[in-house]
Design a protein around this ligand. Structure first.
Ligand code: GLN
Length: 480
C-alpha cells in the first residue's frame, strides 16, 4: 500500500493505524531474516505512536502522513532511540535530541517501525560496509540493494514499511532506489535541514524520501522540506505544496540527454531500458534532445573522491572516545586511548576515506588535490547551469549496471566507487535529482535519473509522475 492509499483508508476509518502498523511488524518478522534491512526494530514505540495517531484521527486531526509506518536511515538522530550509523563507533549511541526532519515527522504523527541499515557512516554503494551485516536486495537475495541507504530502500521494496527517509552524499538515495525499484529523491542542497543528520561530507549531504511512487515522494517532501535556523546551509525559500505539480502534461517540457552518462562499461540492458523510457517521455509530448554534451562530467568521480573524503576526515575527527560512542578503556596513555578507539571503532572503508582526506588536505598537497578538486567542482556546476538555460531537465540512467552480487566488488574500492558515476556530479553541483523505476534487465531493476536546476523539485516530480501514470514499472513488487 502507498501512503496515499493508506491515508484514504485511515481517513475513512476503514483501517486503523494500529492495524496497519501490526501488518508492517508482522511483515518485518517474516522477511527480515532474509532481507536484513533493519538495525533496530522499534515495535513498542511504533504501537504507541500508532495508538496516538488513531486518537488524533478520531479527533479529526489527520494529515497525509498521520499513522503511516516508516523506517528511518540510522544516520538520522532519533531522541532516545540508538542511532548507530551502522558503525561500532556509535553502536550504543543514543541521541539526546531529534533531527529536524524527525521533529517534523513526529509533528505529523509518524509511526517509526525501525532504524535502517546502511554503509558505515554512509560510505559505500552496496551496504556491505555496514559494521553489523549486509542488507540483501529483495528482488534477488544474493545481490546488493545499493548503498548507502540500502536498508531504507530494501525495507520499502520488501513491504516492511510504507516509506523511508535516507541521506544522499553522492547517490545514496538514488542508487538504492534504482536497485530496489522504488522512487528516491535527492533534493537541492539546502532544501531540507541537515540538523541532526550525522555528518559525512557537509557540503554534499542531503536528506530525502524513499517511497513507492512519486505521489508519495511529494507528500513526504511536503512534510520535511523548509528552512531551519539550526542549519545555516538550509535556504529560506517557501515550501510549495509539491502535490500540486503532479500533472500528466509534458508538452512544454524540454529534456536533454547528456551523452557522457551513457558511459563505457554500461550494461546493454540498462541502455536499452533507458532508450525505451526516454522515447516514452518523447511520446508523451516532451521535447527530447538526444546528444547533449557535459564534458566535465568525466572529472566528477575524481573530484568527489577528494572533496567527500576531505570533509569526512574533518567531520569524523570528533570520534575521539571522549564525547561520543565507543571508548577504548584499557589504555596507558591518552594517545593510546585515542588511537585504539579509532582503530577498533571504525571499519576499513571509513579508515580509507579518513586517510585519503587527511592526505588531500595536508600542507604541501592541499593545492594540488583539494583546491584543484574545488575548482573542478565550479566547472561542473557552471556546465550544468548552462545546460539548464536550454533544458528543464536532464535524463540519465541512475547506475550503469543492474544490482551486482554480494561480494562482487567489496574488495575492489575503485569498482565500487564507479557504481556512483551517474549520481555523484549532481551532489557536486548541489542539484536535485530523482530516481524512478524504468524497467528490468533479467528480472533485475533499472532506475532512471531525472536531474533539474536548483529548487526545481516540482519539475522533476511532474516529469516522474507523468512517466508513472503511463507505465507500470513502479507497481511491480518482489516475491520474497
Ligand atoms: N557511494 C558514495 C560514497 O561511498 C556515495 C555515498 C552517499 O551518497 N552517502 O561516498
Amino acid at each position: 500500500m502507498t501512503i496515499h492509499e493508506a491515508h484514504k483508508l485511515l481517513k475513512t476509518k476503514q483501517l486503523s493505524s494500529v492495524e496497519l502498523t501490526k501488518v508492517c511488524l508482522e511483515r518485518i518478522q517474516q522477511v527480515e531474516p532474509k532481507v536484513r534491512a533493519l538495525v533496530t526494530i522499534t515495535d513498542e514505540l511504533a504501537l504507541k505512536q500508532a495508538q496516538k495517531a488513531d486518537e488524533l484521527i478520531a479527533a479529526g486531526d489527520i494529515n497525509p502522513l498521520t499513522g503511516i509506518p516508516a523506517v528511518i536511515k540510522d544516520v538520522i538522530c532519533t531522541k532516545g532511540i540508538r542511532t548507530t550509523c551502522s558503525s561500532r563507533m556509535l553502536e550504543n549511541f543514543v541521541p539526546p535530541y531529534d533531527a529536524t526532519v524527525m521533529e517534523k515527522l513526529n509533528g505529523c504523527g509518524v509511526v517509526m517501525v525501525g532504524k535502517a541499515n546502511m554503509d558505515e557512516f554512509a560510505m559505500g554503494s552496496s551496504n556491505e560496509h555496514s559494521a553489523f551485516f549486509p542488507t540483501h536486495n529483495p528482488w534477488d537475495l544474493s545481490r546488493v540493494p545499493g548503498g548507502s541507504s540500502g536498508g531504507p530502500a530494501a525495507a520499502v521494496a520488501a513491504g516492511e514499511a510504507i516509506y523511508a527517509l535516507g541521506s544522499d552524499t553522492g547517490g545514496s538515495i538514488r542508487l538504492p532506489a534504482g536497485f530496489c525499484s522504488i522512487t528516491g529523491l535527492k533534493p537541492t542542497y539546502g532544501r531540507i535541514s541537515r540538523y541532526g543528520l550525522v555528518a559525512f561530507a557537509s557540503s554534499l549531504d542531503q536528506i530525502g524520501p524513499l517511497t513507492q511512487d512519486v505521489n508519495d515522494c511529494a507528500l513526504v517532501l511536503n512534510a520535511i522540506a523548509g528552512y531551519d535556523t539550526r542549519d545555516s546551509t538550509s535556504v529560506p525559500y517557501p515550501t510549495p505544496d509539491y502535490t500540486q505539480c503532479l500533472t500528466t502534461d509534458l508538452n512544454s517540457i524540454r529534456i536533454g540527454i547528456p551523452k557522457e552518462y551513457f558511459v563505457e562499461g554500461m550494461q546493454t540492458e540498462v541502455e536499452t531500458a533507458m532508450r525505451a523510457a526516454i522515447s516514452k517521455l518523447e511520446e508523451m509530448g516532451a521535447k527530447v534532445e538526444w546528444e547533449v554534451s557535459l564534458p566535465h562530467t568525466r572529472y566528477g568521480l575524481a573530484a568527489y573522491y577528494i572533496i567527500a573524503p576531505s570533509e569526512a576526515s574533518a567531520n569524523l575527527a570528533r570520534y575521539d572516545g571522549v564525547k561520543y560512542g565507543f571508548s577504548y578503556q584499557d589504555a596507558d596513555s591518552m594517545w593510546e586511548a585515542l588511537e585504539k578507539t579509532r582503530q577498533y571503532g571504525f571499519g576499513d572503508e571509513v579508515k580509507r576515506r579518513i586517510m585519503l582526506g587527511t592526505y588531500a588536505l595536508s600542507a604541501g598537497y592541499y593545492d594540488a588535490w583539494y583546491l584543484k578538486a574545488q575548482k573542478v567542482r565550479t566547472l561542473i556546476r557552471q556546465e550544468f547551469d548552462q545546460a539548464f538555460d536550454k533544458f528543464d531537465a536532464l535524463v540519465t540512467p541512475t547506475s550503469p549496471t543492474v544490482p551486482f552480487k554480494i561480494g562482487e566488488k567489496v574488495d575492489d574500492p575503485l569498482q565500487m566507487y564507479l557504481s556512483d558515476v551517474c549520481t555523484l556530479p549532481i551532489n557536486i553541483a548541489g542539484l536535485p535529482a530523482i530516481s524512478i523505476p524504468a524497467g528490468f534487465g533479467d528480472s533485475l531493476p533499472i532506475g532512471m535519473q531525472i536531474i533539474g536546476k536548483p529548487f526545481s523539485e516540482e519539475t522533476l516530480l511532474k516529469i516522474a509522475h507523468a512517466f508513472q501514470q503511463a507505465t507500470e514499472w513502479h507497481k511491480r513488487r518482489p516475491q520474497i
